[in-house]
Design a protein around this ligand. Structure first.
Ligand code: F6P
Length: 325
């Protein structure tokens, strides 16, 4: 059956560039003769029937805005069979016959279950600052978050140098170290402590032995939030106990990393992926995430995007190590 009306929602943690993606999906759908409905508050709004017709004007003047005009939520109801049944009934009552879901790991997991249960065509767009979806080189929001981290850490470096202190700066990423590792390269940090390496070495001991002692009186270390790394607070505690000679401070960057106007890179990425999502639906593709690899659009089955852990590039670890002597 040909698709006539596409529903669009954003779910999970917001990410800069989600609005650019909403705009691209809406405009591309209308350009191709489809109707569009905006679903507010993610899956929660699908269950609560918060569905509104979208015209091209609904997405005017939003490409430069952070956050998501559709709002977002993490829905408990949609995790239940009953919740998904209501969601399906609301969707069909609104005349929606396909969905575009913009979000991270959890959102695409929800999409996969829903698509299997109700045979609904769904296309996913990787929208998360964490960059932790397999099958895409970058996710929407990641570049902006990296730039926000860079600006914040550049400021912290001034005081770290003046006081000759060791700073642990905690960045987001859930269980992934992409923001910490690439952020560390971008700010010229002494090290990045990331969950991907936690099982291999004692990263703190390595830092103190190899790096901090060598030639520097101050140090900036980016720490990925995660129980496996201990987070910035956990590491600072260890320094106080095991290496009391160092004057250590902690900054947790927190939700500042999720806000702000998206960078050109994120706007372009979101625009390309949003357009490709509609092209995918028109080509009868379903249950795939649209990603980007080597600057080309790729379609990745949900199962692959969600289940596989995206590996850290060891070359980046090497660059950081070599350049921080
Ligand atoms: O997935 C995006 C993210 O910002 C993670 O980096 C972080 O762990 C989490 O969301 C925080 O979620 P919340 O805003 O619900 O506290």
């Amino acid at each position: 059956m040909a698709i006539k009306c596409v529903g669009i929602l954003t779910s999970g943690g917001d990410a800069p560039g989600m609005n650019a993606a909403i705009r691209a999906v809406t405009r591309s759908a209308i350009f191709n003769g489809l109707k569009v409905k905006g679903i507010y508050r993610g899956y929660k709004g699908l269950v609560a029937n918060e569905i509104v017709p979208f015209k091209t004007q609904n997405v005017s003047n939003i490409i430069q805005q952070g956050g998501t005009i559709l709002k977002t939520a993490r829905s408990m109801e949609f995790k239940t069979k009953e919740g998904r049944k209501i969601a399906y009934e609301n969707m069909t009552a609104a005349g929606i016959d396909a969905l575009v879901v913009i979000g991270g790991d959890g959102s695409l997991t929800g999409a996969r279950i829903f698509a299997e249960e109700y045979n609904v065509p769904i296309i996913g767009l990787p929208g998360t600052i964490d960059n932790d979806l397999f099958g895409t080189d970058r996710t929407i929001g990641y570049d902006t978050a990296l730039n926000t981290i860079m600006e914040a850490v550049d400021k912290i470096r001034d005081t770290a140098t003046s006081h000759e202190r060791l700073f642990f700066i905690e960045v987001m990423g859930r269980d992934a170290g992409f923001l910490a590792l690439n952020g560390a390269i971008a700010v010229g940090a002494e090290d990045a402590i990331i969950p991907e390496m936690a099982t291999e070495v004692d990263q703190l001991a390595e830092l103190i032995e190899n790096g901090f002692r060598k030639s520097k009186n101050s140090s900036i270390v980016l720490v990925a939030e995660s129980e496996t790394t201990g987070g910035a607070m956990g590491l600072a505690e260890r320094v106080k106990n095991e290496y009391p000679q160092y004057d250590v401070r902690v900054t947790i960057l927190g939700h500042i990393q999720r806000g702000g106007s998206p960078t050109a890179t994120d706007r372009i990425l979101a625009s390309r992926l949003g357009n490709a999502a509609i092209e995918a639906l028109l080509e009868d593709q379903r249950n795939v995430m649209v990603g980007i690899e080597n600057d080309k659009i790729v379609y990745v089955p949900f199962a692959r995007a969600i289940k596989n852990d995206k590996p850290i590039d060891r070359e980046l670890l090497n660059v950081l190590r070599v350049l921080s002597i």
